[in-house]
Design a protein around this ligand. Structure first.
Ligand code: DO4
Ligand code: MG
Length: 278
């Protein structure tokens, strides 16, 4: 099922039957262990309404309440290569090679909920950066108990020149206004997302495709539960949290985003997250 947060309330799309969950707080609704099994019987008491599909199209928000957004890095070989390339002149490359092999993953704080944008909203590039890319990432949702309850699509907008200059600049390369997009929904199923699911990205400039790429989530070096376990080791999340799982698709080094580029990221089973660069 797909859970949407909209201006009219929470809407659940269960196999193309649409249900409005009126007057319910997002955090209370999603922060439940075995979320699929908790929601399913609740839908049986409601009457489906096909008109809610239009509400989703016109009035959907980022699927987030009080959750934080965290991110993992260097979880795919392609990201390791890209990080080593961008930091080759500054000596940072070794850090990325080491974290790819290490037991402890790279985890970093990406965004509080109030700085997150949803599908249809604008993302930004920093004014003090000249080399910018989107990072298309499967994003896990864990409830406060630390169990993975669902998935969304994340765009970890990144300034590669700032990141490459010095690994200590990572927070500036990753966290700024308009650097975090998630959506369009929270996908919740009876079992984990299929390991062969594909992530694909397309970037359009003046109606022309300037980049496309894709990768299967099974190419990730680490497991989802491993990442969740490390994140929850010494931090509690009262209403759950999101965790981006890293990018496996990086545009060629000569590519940088421009204002008005349209970024579309799709993940099988979840949908498509679309954002225009401001
Ligand atoms: O270490 C830099 C961050 C890498 C990252 O965001 C990714 O691999 O997705
Ligand atoms: Mg990333």
């Amino acid at each position: 099922m797909k859970i949407y947060k909209t201006k009219d309330g929470i809407i659940v799309d269960d196999q193309s039957k649409y249900f409005l969950i009126a007057n319910t707080d997002w955090d209370q609704f999603v922060n439940r262990k075995n979320l699929f099994n908790a929601v399913k019987p609740e839908l049986e008491k409601l009457v489906p309404d096909s008109k809610l599909a239009d509400v989703i199209s016109a009035r959907a928000l980022a699927p987030i309440g009080g959750q934080e957004i965290w991110a993992s890095g260097v979880t795919y070989l392609r990201s390791r290569e890209a990080r080593m390339e961008e930091s080759k002149d500054t000596g940072g490359g070794d850090f990325y090679a080491r974290v790819y092999e290490a037991e402890r993953p790279e985890l970093f704080f990406k965004s509080p909920s109030y700085r997150v944008v949803g599908s249809g909203d604008e993302v930004r590039i920093r004014k003090d950066s000249k080399w910018n890319v989107p990072e298309p990432e499967l994003t896990l949702f864990m409830c406060s108990a630390g169990t993975i309850e669902g998935y969304t699509i994340g765009n970890d907008m990144s300034s590669r020149d700032i990141e490459g200059e010095n690994p200590l600049y990572l927070p500036q390369a990753k966290s700024y206004n308009g650097s975090t997009a998630i959506g369009p929904c929270l996908y919740v199923a009876e079992s984990p997302i299929h390991p062969d699911s594909m992530i694909s990205i397309q970037i359009q400039r003046n109606q022309e495709k300037v980049f496309e790429g894709s990768i299967s989530i099974n190419r990730m070096k680490r497991t989802h539960t491993e990442l969740a376990e490390f994140l929850f080791r010494e931090i509690t999340f009262p209403v759950g949290t999101y965790l981006m799982t890293g990018t496996g698709v990086v545009p060629p080094d000569h590519f940088t985003l421009q204002s008005r580029d349209v970024i579309s990221i799709s993940i099988e089973h979840i949908g498509t997250l679309v954002n225009t660069v401001a």
